[in-house]
Write a protein that binds this ligand. Structure first.
Ligand code: AMO
Length: 428
């Protein structure tokens, strides 16, 4: 039975499998480095005492997939973990052609051969870190009684804004790909579920060519009931991110620093917070950023970037909550205060927006009026109905998992996603 390299025992027979990462021949020996997802192991073959295995090694090439049986010994001369396997047998499970991809290839060439690109240690670490992050966040929510949802992605009406929605044929009619689980996580509130989250695909027909936009990404969304204000939502998000980043720092902090040169900082609570008005004032005074008044109700790209710098300079904190957005740029379902301002927020991490959140309008008449203002009435009638038969006050947020991963490791979204989808890419 195959054992993963990190679990393979020393001093007794075992079987390991993996890719041939490296093959080196000297006058007396063959040294083979075997790689699986858990680690690497040197396999040492002495030519004089193992003629048959030596002949076998002479036939191997990098990236062949092999099964090796033998005994692992401790050997302080071996750089790779101080262990080496002396094989009894080597079996080729799959041959490999020479790789068409150089490690320093252009990102688009790398994506064309993503399954080869992902064999790099760095790239494997991205997905180990992401797994740890999302698992820690899931556990955090499960411990607090949240239910996990899987809402449909084929829907009959645009869920965020009609503009960026993918339309598809549906048995002679039309359907859309979900832009957010927004309506359904709120439906769960009307269903009395109290607290829910979902990790799933989100589709946006945005023709953006930036390092942080994708047309399909993974959303980490949650919603919970009986909040007193959107500040409860912010507080939960800060705790959630702290728990996620703590798990990543403990498990992968050293590897992330070694391979990406980035420190994984476990953020302190509470996260700093500014109104947009305060933000623009500070950006102007401290960095000289000029922003026309009509753009100050929303976060401009330049302000988003500088918000990251400001947060570090002023508070020594990587995160910054922003509040008091103008209603025009915000979704119709955000609750508004008596002056008509949305009771919601954005969260910026390392200079990139990672979240939008809010308290939701749960009162049917007001919600219907806010939808009508945007001319959405009929399209969202099914959604408005959720609020007619009793619904607790509630709020929540949407967090882009790919953005979290990319910022964690200081890479672009193309590199952070298992398979990137953008305006010009639908393969592999
Ligand atoms: P919003 O549209 O801000 O809010 O999306 C939430 C988060 O999703 C991520 N994100 C993206 N990631 C990659 N590529 C994209 N094109 C992209 N667009 C958005 C960002 C963003 O902050 N329903 C609301 C959330 C809520 O209020 O609960 C919503 O979807 O990290």
């Amino acid at each position: 039975m195959r054992t993963r390299i990190d679990k393979a025992p020393t001093g007794k027979p075992c079987e390991v499998c993996g890719f041939v990462e490296n093959l080196r021949e000297t006058g007396r020996m063959f040294f083979l480095v075997l790689r699986d997802a858990s680690g690497k192991l040197q396999v040492t073959v002495e030519k004089s005492s193992m003629p048959a295995l030596s002949a076998m090694c002479a036939e191997l090439s990098p990236e062949f997939v092999v099964r090796v049986r033998g005994v692992i010994n401790e050997n302080t001369y071996v750089k790779l973990g101080g262990r080496e396997m002396v094989p009894e047998s080597i079996e080729v499970l799959s041959k490999a052609e020479p790789l068409p991809l150089q490690p320093d290839a252009h990102i688009d060439t790398r994506l064309d051969h993503r399954w080869l690109d992902l064999r790099e240690d760095k790239n494997l670490l991205i997905f180990k870190a992401q797994t740890t992050l999302s698992e820690a966040m899931r556990s955090f929510l499960l411990e607090r009684g949240f239910l996990e949802l899987h809402s449909p992605k084929l829907i009959g009406a645009a869920s965020e804004s009609g503009a960026d929605v993918f339309e598809l044929g549906y048995f002679g009619g039309k359907a859309y790909l979900s832009q957010s689980p927004q309506f359904y996580k709120q439906m769960a509130m009307a269903a009395g579920f109290d607290a829910v989250f979902e990790q799933g695909p989100v589709f946006r027909a945005e023709k953006s060519h930036t390092n942080r936009h994708a047309t399909e990404f993974t959303g980490f969304d949650l919603e919970f009931a009986y909040i007193d204000s959107f500040r409860d939502v912010m507080a939960l998000e800060a705790e959630l991110l702290q728990a996620g980043l703590r798990a990543v720092a403990e498990k992968h902090g050293a590897d992330i620093e070694r391979l990406f040169g980035i420190k994984t900082v476990v953020p302190l609570l509470p996260f700093p917070e500014l109104t947009l008005r305060e933000l623009y004032e500070k950006l102007e005074v401290i960095y000289g950023l000029q922003t026309p008044p009509e753009q100050r109700g929303d976060l401009t790209t330049e302000a988003e970037r500088l918000a990251g710098k400001l947060s570090m300079d002023e508070y020594g904190h990587e995160f910054l909550f922003l509040t008091d957005f103008a209603p025009e740029g915000r979704a119709f379902y955000h609750m508004r205060d008596e002056r008509g301002n949305p009771l919601g927020f954005d969260l910026v991490w390392r200079g990139v927006e990672i979240t939008t959140g809010a308290q939701r309008e749960h009162r049917y008449e007001r919600l219907a009026a806010q939808a009508n203002e945007r001319g959405l009435g009929e399209d969202v009638k099914f959604y408005l109905d959720f609020f007619r038969y009793g619904c607790p006050p509630h709020g929540g947020f949407g967090l882009g998992l790919d953005r979290l991963t990319m910022l964690l490791l200081g890479v672009t979204i193309k590199e952070a996603m298992f398979l990137f989808r953008g305006p010009g890419r639908l393969t592999p």
